[in-house]
Each structure stands twice: as structure tokens, then as C-alpha cells.
Design a protein around this ligand. Structure first.
Ligand code: AMP
Length: 194
């Protein structure tokens, strides 16, 4: 299963990916986690990315594509992956398309978790208090939501136009949201198998 999870910051992509990866036996690839690891390790990529991430803006497409290409060349993605946090703009969606075609691993499904902005803001406040991520500061969260609306929302339309988008209500108990995602994946695979 090659799955992309879309949705605004704090919509639960990471939480749901963590739950689904065991059931689907595929790795969870979070570009945000990869970048945070690069920042923590002080790599050249991390040094470039830190200020951009703290401000809630997007790190450059070149850095992200190189990271993704490297990650998708590893052995553990042979049976698929759950991609969380990429693509975040149309240029990335296009680059991913080319990369997946090149490596012969087309996407099976794209699921968007829908959560209203007020709920996002409340969730990020809780995460800010627990984890102290600079980009969960309420002021930065508003900027991230703006970046999402302007740059990432069109990515959902990009997949919808190809009939590849499943939209799932991301509000509710974790188990319920997981069940909705699984139903969406089953619907997608039924549609793919005619
Ligand atoms: P996340 O954990 O997915 O919310 O990502 C945290 C931050 O990492 C984002 O606010 C961006 O600054 C950066 N980031 C993660 N993924 C991408 C991406 N695909 N393109 C650009 N920046 C990204």
C-alpha cells in the first residue's frame, strides 16, 4: 500500500499513520520528523531548515525532493509506505509524481483528514504545552494554516481531479478516525479493482 495522508497541521496525520503502519506493514515516512531529526543532528539540511520551520513556512522544494528520493530508495519501502507531510504544494506533487513513475511505485490512495481550523488551533495549543515545538506556538499555527490554505489545499484538488482523493472526517475518537480511514482505503481499493 502506497498512501499519502493529507491534511492541515494538527489534523492527526502522524497519529493515524503511526496506527496504520502496523496494520499495513509499511513504514511511516514523515517529512516533518525527518527535518526535525536533521535539525537535532545539526546536519547542513537541518541548519538550513531550522529558521524556516520555526516560522511555520515551507522548507525548499529541492531539499524535500532530495530527502524523499533518498528515503524511497531504501529497502523497507519495497512493500509501500505512508507518506505524511509531503507533498505540500503543487510543485512537490508534480515532483513526487515523476519520482514515483521513475521508480515504478504509483500511489494507491490519497486520504485527506478534514479538521476545522478552531479544532486545529486547540489541538496545537495542547501539543505546544506538551512538546514545546516552536511551530505549535498559537501565532505560528495561524501562519501554518495560511500556508496550508494557500499552498497545500490545491494539492488535494490535484488528486481529486484524478479521482484519487478520499476525504475523511478527522474529528472524533482516534479509533473512530482510524476506522474511517480504513473504510476509505477499502473503498479506494474496491474502485481500483473495478
Ligand atoms: P510537520 O511535522 O509535517 O507539520 O512539518 C513541520 C515543518 O517541517 C513544516 O511546518 C515545514 O516547515 C517543514 N516541512 C515538512 N514537510 C515539508 C514539505 N513537504 N515541504 C516543505 N516543508 C516541509
Amino acid at each position: 500500500m502506497r498512501l499519502v495522508l493529507l491534511g492541515p497541521p494538527g489534523s492527526g496525520k502522524g497519529t493515524q499513520a503511526t496506527r496504520l503502519k502496523t496494520e499495513l506493514s509499511v513504514p511511516h515516512i514523515s517529512t516533518g520528523d525527518m527535518l526535525r531529526a536533521a535539525v537535532a543532528a545539526g546536519t547542513p539540511t537541518g541548519l538550513k531548515a531550522k529558521a524556516v520551520m520555526d516560522a511555520g513556512k515551507l522548507v525548499s522544494d529541492d531539499i524535500l525532493l532530495a530527502m524523499l528520493e533518498e528515503r524511497l530508495s531504501q529497502d523497507d519501502v519495497k512493500n509501500g509506505f505512508i507518506l505524511d507531510g509531503y507533498p505540500r504544494n503543487l510543485a512537490q506533487a508534480d515532483a513526487m509524481d515523476h519520482l514515483l513513475a521513475k521508480i515504478g511505485q504509483p500511489l494507491d490512495a490519497v486520504v485527506k483528514l478534514e479538521v476545522p481550523n478552531e479544532a486545529i488551533i486547540a489541538r496545537c495549543e495542547i501539543r505546544f504545552a506538551a512538546e514545546h515545538r516552536k511551530d505549535d506556538d498559537p501565532v505560528v499555527v495561524r501562519d501554518r494554516l495560511k500556508v496550508y490554505a494557500e499552498q497545500t489545499a490545491p494539492v488535494a484538488d490535484f488528486f481529486a481531479r484524478r479521482g484519487k482523493l478520499q476525504v475523511v472526517d478527522g474529528v472524533g475518537e482516534l479509533d473512530e478516525v482510524t476506522a474511517r480511514v480504513k473504510r476509505a482505503l477499502a473503498a479506494e481499493s474496491a474502485a481500483a479493482n473495478g
